[in-house]
Design a protein around this ligand. Structure first.
Ligand code: GTP
Ligand code: MG
Length: 212
């Protein structure tokens, strides 16, 4: 029986984790990874840090906040010594200065472009808000770097099933523009943890593909 098939083993896998550090810029990360990495990006407040906590079955591994702009650096977490998960700052938050917004975008883009073992970008979209221009810019950037990505529609507890279907369809149709980079669409919410297992399985499968 494959490990990913049993939820208990999946939880054990994700429960074994370690905080490797928090870095103000891509150049500050003192180590390159020998393992596969995946990162979580998206507009400010979309639920990146909350999702990382749901995946790792913790409350406070990644710092969350009601007010946008909570995560300001690159935070690296190691799972079962097999794969790294990276929490990144949000982009597109209107209330910070233009300079600051640009700095955060550069930080995210440098990480995505240069980190060699990064082989999956999870781009989170608030299901109530939908895709914004800042998301399209980021998708174009990921595509230009030839990195693989998946979309996660977050906070589905806040909208109706028909609205979820609508968002899913409109994103699927947009993904026709990203055929070489796009992989999957996921739905999630972190109150009752719907959809978390599917994301865990994706990350677990990536950890099995380490070249070491
Ligand atoms: P930044 O680091 O500031 O970019 O934000 P983030 O994307 O990391 O968001 P964070 O996880 O801090 O969550 C932002 C807010 O959304 C918090 O108040 C969370 O409680 C809330 N939130 C996160 N996930 C969900 C969800 O699935 N459903 C609902 N209803 N709220 C959520
Ligand atoms: Mg955050």
């Amino acid at each position: 029986l494959k490990m990913a098939k049993t939820n208990k083993n999946l939880n054990n896998f994700f429960n074994t984790h370690k905080f490797l550090g928090s870095f103000k810029s891509y150049e500050d990360i003192p180590f390159s990874s020998i393992r596969n990495e995946c990162c979580f990006i998206g507009r400010s407040n979309v639920g990146k840090s909350s999702l990382i906590n749901a995946i790792t079955k913790t409350k406070k591994l990644a710092k969350t906040s009601k007010t946008p702009g909570r995560t300001q650096s690159i935070n690296i977490f190691e799972i079962s010594e097999k794969i790294n998960i990276i929490d990144l700052p949000g982009y597109g938050y209107a209330k910070v200065s233009k300079v600051m917004r640009n700095d955060l975008r550069v930080l995210i883009e440098n990480y995505i472009e240069n980190r060699e073992k990064l082989n999956q970008v999870f781009i989170l979209v608030d299901s109530k808000v939908g895709i914004k221009n800042s998301d399209i810019d980021m998708l174009d950037f990921i595509n230009s770097c030839s990195k693989k990505f998946s979309v996660i529609l977050t906070k589905i507890d806040k909208i109706s099933n028909s609205h979820i279907d609508f968002q899913k369809k409109s994103i699927s149709s947009l993904m026709k523009n990203y055929k070489k980079s796009f992989e999957d669409i996921y739905l999630s919410e972190t109150k009752k943890n719907s959809g978390i297992i599917d994301i865990q399985k994706k990350i677990y499968d990536m950890s099995e593909q380490n070249e070491i």
